[in-house]
Design a protein around this ligand. Structure first.
Ligand SMILES: Cc1cc2nc3c(=O)[nH]c(=O)nc-3n(C[C@H](O)[C@H](O)[C@H](O)COP(=O)(O)O)c2cc1C
Length: 204
């Protein structure tokens, strides 16, 4: 039998470790993140993982915009302005600022879906979802934590306009950093309930 190499990603040990991490991936909310966040090189790694998601026609219908350092104050200004426009009280406007400023790194996810393409739009959106999932898995595999967030603010024209060019959609943001708290206990997953043989006894 070939010797097991720790640096070989196809070795049985490496595959089992990757699968174990995949089966335990979980989100960590922005409030529960602390420094350090992923470096620029780590964010590129995350994008590299995103590029390995299934993508019909390899259209790469997404891109990422990294918000770190002083740029987080710019994003906080946009969020605060959004809060004021919606008539939120001062405390809530401050909470809006915190949403942008608290996570060590904020990574905007921007979709670029080509209309009237040979690849149907829903398949392009699937590719965006796969890319985000791969990115979140990579984030956790690199030792970081985070959560995908969107909310009505992602659809706000002022905020979306700050990130997107023509034909682009702001999907939301990955709030990324290091987990400040251990993950919350959660119900065990029940994957078997999702799997049935086809055709069913009922004929579908
Ligand atoms: C595109 C997208 C947008 C999301 N937006 C929000 C959001 O605004 N607020 C939120 O609480 N969860 C949001 N979620 C869900 C969380 O990222 C997370 O997946 C969910 O809370 C389940 O936690 P888990 O990843 O630990 O299973 C979003 C997920 C996706 C894929």
């Amino acid at each position: 039998m070939a010797p097991v190499s720790r640096s070989d990603p196809t070795s049985p040990d490496a595959r089992a470790a990757a699968l174990a991490l995949l089966l335990h991936r979980h989100s960590t909310g922005p409030k529960h993140l602390r420094e350090p966040g992923p470096s620029d090189a780590h964010v590129v790694r995350l994008a590299q993982a995103a590029l390995r998601a299934p993508d019909h026609g390899r259209k790469i219908p997404f891109r990422f915009a990294v918000v770190r350092g002083a740029a987080k104050s710019r994003l906080a200004d946009l969020f605060a302005d959004y809060g004021r426009r919606r008539g939120k009280p001062a405390d809530d406007v401050a909470a809006e600022r915190d949403r942008a400023e608290h996570p060590p790194v904020v990574i905007a996810v921007i979709a670029r879906i080509a209309p009237d393409d040979e690849i149907p739009e829903h398949e392009q959106w699937m590719a965006v979802g796969g890319a985000v999932a791969n990115a979140m898995n990579a984030l956790q595999l690199m030792g970081y934590a985070g959560k995908v967030v969107s909310g009505a603010r992602a659809a706000d024209p002022e905020i979306a306009g700050a990130f997107c060019g023509p034909g682009e959609t702001l999907v939301g943001w990955i709030a990324a950093g290091t987990a400040a708290t251990p993950p919350k206990a959660r119900e065990a997953d029940a994957p078997a309930a999702l799997v049935r043989r086809w055709p069913d006894e009922g004929g579908t």
